[in-house]
Write a protein that binds this ligand. Sequence first.
Ligand SMILES: Nc1ncnc2c1ncn2[C@@H]1O[C@H](COP(=O)(O)OP(=O)(O)OP(=O)(O)O)[C@@H](O)[C@H]1O
Length: 257
Amino acid sequence: MGATAPRVPLLAMKQITKRFNAVEALVGVDFEVYAHEVVALVGDNGAGKSTLAQIVSGVLTPDSGIIELAGEPATIPNPSAAHAAGIATVFQDLALCDNLDVTANLFLGREATAGGSFLRDGEMEQTTKRILRDLNSPIPSVKTQLHALSGGQRQSVAIARTLIGNPRIVVLDEPTAALSVAQTAEVLTLIERLRELGLGVILISHNMVDVRAVSDRIEVLRHGRNNGSFDATTASYESILAAITGATSYIKGDRAY
Ligand SMILES: Nc1ncnc2c1ncn2[C@@H]1O[C@H](COP(=O)(O)OP(=O)(O)OP(=O)(O)O)[C@@H](O)[C@H]1O
């Protein structure tokens, strides 16, 4: 009976720094996400959340710091590299086409081809149905055009779209911004489903209610630095808010640093 192997994060970022000229967007930031885990990345405007997400997505590269994927040193020099590494991102604009149906949106830009040109509609439709079923998504038909869907359903399509490439990590940038209460609930259920499927989810959100409802861990950034790490099931709203606003210095568990 050997000892249990230590859990290795899907993604570990160590001492990440990123500057935009004089602006220190990230300074020595540590961040990690494990399989079957939803980690919320929170912080005030300008805290560095998007910058970190864009580094994970290969949109930006850090000035310094270490990135490890499944325990191995890695670089994510561009979005294709992120995709190849199993990292998918849903940005706030969703990048969906209103005049196309659900299936076409899932395969936008990567239509299934046979012999390089023929689009196998049936196959794409079956894949779309399977993914939506896996997600328990409430979208009535894969033939519905996007403009006919609610905000929550559109978010579902954008999330389903990321699963085409079988990612291990999904980054969601403010997925519940501007959604109704019912639509938000749909999206939170979807995020829980991603966790059940074994993915590591990075959730960027301003909404503390959503964050506490769905996350396992909450990482706070403030002025580009780590300012708190909380167990979402036990941390109080006040303590998280204090870390966001800077009323407290770095907190991990019950300890302030
Ligand atoms: N391309 C850029 N050029 C110059 N400065 C930038 C750029 N992108 C971000 N910044 C600056 O870096 C800092 C961190 O910004 P970032 O967008 O990562 O914060 P955020 O936490 O995502 O904020 P918000 O919630 O407002 O989106 C801010 O001071 C911002 O003005």
